[in-house]
Design a protein around this ligand. Structure first.
Ligand code: MEV
Length: 430
């Protein structure tokens, strides 16, 4: 089995880390699996030519660092998690919290079926109630039509699942209907399949209702495609420096309470969750804007914007965290398929379904949230940030090789992390 515990990883060179990862990845039966092609990570993954086919008016490339979160265990399986982002502390924070969670059995994660919602807005309808019922009368026919659109998806067990009709009586243009097509997209993100299905059904819906189908587009509030993660952290694992485990636990719970009631705090709290979520979403070539949109819309589902996670304690006083959010990620299409760096990320995690990927992502989100709350509830966020930030400032000042750590360490000792000071220290050292 793959192990996600690699000691001393932090202090290795990039080449040593890549070698360690390849040695750590095993198939579930214990025999080495075909290793992911990590070459893509040394070059950034795609050629300018490939990029030119991806979007319009391409003039170059924009790289981000890719780090590996260690110690993750999701549903009893060790997994090395690739994270792509520019912010220091995030990979270290996730890895550390995953280590604490291991002592309580790691992360338990589940997913619903991968059901996406396609929306059709029907305007110019004379009688909304009549049109609604007429659509339900033809539901079987409409579903059969939508189901036949993507034979590949169907072969893998996906397809049209349900149709729902909603009425909006009052809007700036008066009343209209919204038809929801519920579509099982299996291992795809699903936008293409769902948009195609909606476009195909539109003329039929027009014929049934006498109205006009205006918009036909997937909803990013993917609240039928939910990923959930839970962890239990033994209270004694939480103790550090002068903080007892109970103090840290209660501090995290009080921090969660703040986000539960105050949208100003909940936005930042959820941003911390998205630090973890987005970086795996990006590493795997998925659409992080879709995930962001879904997350924040879901956070306000009860009428007020609140925390996506919860923190409390169990009957033995251990810390218990949960996270529940939409997770529309795929492993078969789009950039995930064509970007070699994304392919390497999917392969490294050994995921065979989009749901397995979603379960890892939501676990990383929960770990990231805990890392932020633990720091905020104890020593504050700046201490950990400072030494990592100092490295970036040292690099910006022109430090290379060993000098990066040396200049950074000096600034941390002096508690002055500024580019002018970094330049002075660097000059002195040279
Ligand atoms: C910073 O990127 C994320 C945090 O602000 C999250 C939080 O406050 O919970 C530290």
């Amino acid at each position: 089995m793959t192990t996600s515990r690699i000691s001393g990883f932090y202090n290795m060179t990039l080449e040593e880390r890549r070698e360690k990862i390849l040695n750590a990845v095993k198939s579930p039966s214990g025999t080495p699996q075909t290793p992911p092609d990590l070459g893509a990570w040394t070059t950034g993954g795609i050629s300018a030519e490939a990029a030119d086919h991806m979007i319009e008016n391409v003039v170059g490339m924009h790289s981000l660092p890719l780090g590996i979160a260690l110690n993750f265990q999701v549903n009893g399986r060790d997994v090395l998690v690739p994270m792509t982002l520019e912010e220091p502390s995030v990979v270290a924070g996730a890895s550390f919290m995953a280590k604490l969670a291991r002592a309580g059995g790691g992360y338990q994660a589940t997913t619903t079926d991968p059901l996406m919602i396609g929306q059709m807005q029907v305007i110019n309808v004379t009688n909304l109630n009549e049109a609604k019922l007429k659509i339900y009368e033809k539901k079987a026919e409409l579903l059969a039509e939508a189901d036949s659109i993507d034979p590949i998806l169907k072969k893998f067990g996906g397809g049209a699942r349900d149709l729902e009709v909603r009425i909006f009586e009052d809007s700036p243009i008066g009343g209209f209907l919204v038809v929801h097509l519920i579509y099982d997209v299996r291992d795809a993100m699903g936008a293409n399949a769902v948009n195609t299905a909606c476009e195909r059904l539109a003329p039929k819906i027009e014929a049934i209702t006498g109205g006009k189908v205006h918009l036909r587009i997937l909803s990013n509030l993917a609240d039928r495609r939910i990923a959930r993660a839970r962890c239990t952290i033994p209270v004694k694992e939480l103790a550090f420096d002068n903080f007892s485990g109970e103090q840290v636990r209660d501090g995290i719970i009080a921090a969660y309470a703040f986000a539960a009631v105050d949208p100003y705090r909940a936005a930042t709290h959820n941003k911390g969750i998205m630090n973890g979520v987005d970086s795996v979403v990006i590493a795997t070539g998925n659409d992080w804007r879709a995930i962001e949109a879904g997350a924040h819309a879901y956070a306000v589902k009860n009428g007020h914007y609140t925390s996506l996670s919860t923190w409390g304690k169990d009957s033995e006083g251990n810390l218990v965290g949960t996270l529940e959010m939409p997770m529309a990620v795929g492993i078969v299409g789009g950039a995930t398929k064509v970007h070699p760096a994304a392919q390497a990320a999917v392969k490294l995690m050994g995921v065979k379904t989009a749901n397995e990927l979603a379960e890892i992502i939501v676990s990383v989100g929960l770990a990231q949230n805990m890392a932020a709350l633990r720091a905020l509830a104890t020593e504050g966020i700046q201490r950990g940030h400072m030494s990592l930030h100092a490295r970036q400032v040292a690099i910006a000042a022109g430090a290379t090789g060993d000098l990066v750590e040396k200049v950074a360490a000096q600034m941390v000792v002096e508690k002055v992390v500024r580019i002018d000071r970094a330049e002075e220290i660097l000059k002195g050292m040279k």
